[in-house]
Write a protein that binds this ligand. Structure first.
Ligand SMILES: [Zn+2]
Ligand SMILES: [Zn+2]
Length: 136
């Protein structure tokens, strides 16, 4: 009886520890800019600095902001076009887009970066409204 109780306590402690770890991990891939939440895949190969830059880029894209990225084009890219690496996904939630529920817009971005220069290509691959923020 005592043994069972101890194992329950151990399991509970382990589960809690795992939850805390998972939370800490997801936080490092979680960016908030204004009304937009940007979440990168936990398996993302982007560094934290790259993610911060991409989060800003995605926000500009989502809000239609014109103060775009400063791109240093490689001569090879000017001549032959960009050489894209493999795509990575990022998820955004734009809060309170509409006045009535579902209010928030969730989008999935495909991010491809040129392996030669700073150019980043963003493409929305999925978009839907979700129940997130309550109505005012
Ligand atoms: Zn390029
Ligand atoms: Zn929301």
């Amino acid at each position: 009886m005592k043994k069972t109780l101890i194992s329950i306590i151990i399991i509970t402690t382990l589960v809690c520890a795992l939850c805390t770890m998972a939370n800490a991990e997801s936080n490092s891939f979680h960016h908030e800019i204004g009304d937009i939440t940007i979440i990168f895949d936990s398996a993302s190969s982007f560094t934290e600095e790259e993610q911060t830059q991409l989060a800003q880029l995605i926000t500009n894209h989502a809000t239609g902001s014109t103060n775009n990225e400063v791109v240093s084009y490689n001569l090879m890219c000017t001549l032959f076009g960009h050489k894209y690496g493999s795509a990575e996904l990022a998820y955004t939630t734009t809060h309170k887009v509409k006045d009535t529920a579902p209010r928030c817009k969730e989008e999935c971005y495909s991010i491809t970066q040129c392996t030669r220069c700073d150019h980043t290509e963003l493409e929305i691959v999925n978009s839907s409204y979700i129940n997130c923020c309550p109505e005012d």
